[in-house]
Design a protein around this ligand. Structure first.
Ligand code: GDP
Ligand code: IMO
Ligand code: MG
Length: 421
């Protein structure tokens, strides 16, 4: 059984936690897109880990973790992440594989990311400034450097020199700070040396695992509405965050994928700019007041909204979601009434699908259906039938409206605070 797991909303749905839970019954976990713009939180006992590039299965002994070809890798950040895990007693040797065709994030990418954001002014995207967009831009323009280059110091240094010259000119024109070739070269060769034992042809390795009936889990980053094709363009990230990305970002063909799990929060959050039709100040104040919904990568406050079934229904279509993992149900525990967005009103007309035009989406007003809350703590519940009846009704309703089966429910950040339906 090979499973694709994706975020069905705007990112931060709790993918990291669900991956960690599911890795109890899987052998291999593969990141297939994005980079260290991701922040996937896994809490085990008193320990909290935030993973940015390393798949969220790394905490499970004996499991293998792959960073696939579709990911963009900042080698210096990755070395830091690996060393951070080593310091906490988590080993990576023999467990972690890096695709040699994954593209490398360079310091000019993050500087360009920042310079372009500054230029956009009020129209900024609110990126993580990790250089993700410019790196994918270079990949598409065929001017990128890959891990296979980094593993060959002479090749890398030569290519880097030419790239730095060109990008320094662009940086200067945008008012950004130019880079010193020797400094970057030294830092990257050092990181390359550290990473060399992990760099391999992950396509061949993965196909061999599948032949041997190993169970592979594909770990999506970001979420459906941040997808470069299907998201709220231009307020998106620069990769395919949807299920198709698992195929192109790993080299495992579509017919080897057995199911798609969509992770959703029991409400909606979004960090960065861009429309959020079901946004609610009241819900945001409640969740922030509980110390929740601050970004795992940038620490920024996430905007909050009611569950948006128009969005998740569309998401279920695009991703082919078979099963849902619903997280953060406990975030709604204290509410007397809970709203769900079931349609949008656009210029007086009721619509059931999100419009692709960003200005139209921004004009959409949510049409809400109101559910009775349960006003009972759910964090200690471990069985669907033990949930308050109103919580059961709410979960069934959001799954029905989305058009997928309820499968996993999460009522807390801890591994144990999870159950199957
Ligand atoms: P990801 O990027 O999709 O992996 O999600 P993040 O880790 O960025 O954000 C999800 C946040 O919710 C993290 O702080 C998790 O520890 C937390 N979390 C996940 N599931 C639950 C849950 O069911 N209840 C609570 N209270 N927190 C949760
Ligand atoms: P995980 O995997 C939530 C958002 C940024 C910004 C937009 C583009 O933890 O769910 P980028 O740096 O990618 O060019 O920024 O995408 N963004 C995320 N939002 N969760 C994430 O990852 C995100 N990664 C990027 O805030 O709006
Ligand atoms: Mg996150």
């Amino acid at each position: 059984m090979n499973t694709i797991l994706i975020g069905a909303q705007f990112g931060d749905e709790g993918k990291g936690k669900i991956i960690d839970v599911m890795m109890e019954n899987n052998d291999v976990v593969v990141r297939f897109q994005g980079g260290n713009n991701a922040g996937h939180t896994v809490e085990v006992g008193t320990e909290k880990f935030v993973l940015h590039l390393i798949p969220s299965g790394i905490l499970r002994p004996g499991r293998k973790c792959v960073i696939g070809n579709g990911v963009v890798v900042d080698p210096v950040a990755l070395v830091k992440e690996i060393k951070g895990l080593h310091e906490r007693g988590i080993r990576t040797e023999g467990k972690l594989l890096l695709s040699e065709t994954a593209h490398v994030v360079l310091p000019y990418h993050s500087r360009l990311d920042e310079a372009r954001e500054n230029h956009r002014g009020a129209g900024k995207i609110g990126t993580t400034k990790r250089g993700i967009g410019p790196t994918y831009g270079d990949k598409a323009a065929r001017t990128g450097l890959r891990l296979i280059d980094l593993a060959q110091p002479k090749v890398f240094s030569k290519k880097l020199k030419a790239r730095i010259e060109e990008n320094n000119a662009i940086l200067k024109s945008l008012g950004g700070e130019p880079l010193d070739y020797a400094t970057v070269n030294k830092a990257y060769l050092e990181a390359g040396k550290f990473l060399a034992p992990y760099i391999t042809n992950s396509v061949i390795w993965l196909h061999d695992q599948i032949k041997r009936k190993k169970r592979v889990l594909f770990e999506g980053a970001q979420g459906t509405f941040l997808d470069i094709d299907f998201g709220t363009y231009p307020f998106v990230t620069s990769s395919n965050t949807t299920a198709g990305g698992a195929v192109t970002g790993s080299g495992v063909p579509p017919h080897k994928m057995d199911r798609v799990i969509g992770v959703i929060k029991a409400y909606t959050t979004r960090v960065g700019e861009g429309p959020l039709p079901s946004q609610s100040q009241e819900l945001g104040d409640l969740l922030h007041g509980m110390g929740r919904e601050y970004g795992a990568t940038t620490g920024r406050e996430r905007r909050c909204g009611w569950f948006d079934a128009v969005a998740t229904h569309y998401s279920a279509m695009i991703n082919g979601i078979d099963e849902l993992a619903v997280t953060n149900l406990d975030g709604l525990d204290t509410l007397k009434k809970i709203k769900v967005c079931v349609a949008y009103k656009l210029d007086g007309k009721t619509i059931k699908f999100p419009p692709n035009d960003i200005d139209m989406l921004a004009r959409c007003e949510p049409v809400f259906r109101t559910f009775a809350g349960w006003q009972t703590p759910t964090s200690d519940v471990r069985k669907f039938s033990k949930l308050p009846v109103n919580a059961q009704k709410y979960l069934k309703a959001i799954a029905d409206l989305t058009g997928a089966k309820l499968r996993i429910i999460s009522v807390g950040a801890q591994r144990e605070q999870t159950f199957m339906v």
